[in-house]
Design a protein. Structure first.
Length: 42
């Protein structure tokens, strides 16, 4: 359970970073990077 919750927390942090960076840098620019980072977690 600890490992699973750690991965969930990691994914949550990645999503927060992705949303904030997409707001700052532009949605179209950052979506591929966000998809790659989420894919690397899974």
């Amino acid at each position: 359970m600890d490992l699973n919750s750690l991965f969930n927390l990691n994914t949550f942090i990645e999503l927060l970073l992705g949303i904030s960076l997409s707001a700052a840098a532009g949605f179209r620019v950052f979506v591929p990077l966000l998809a790659l980072s989420v894919a690397s977690v899974f």
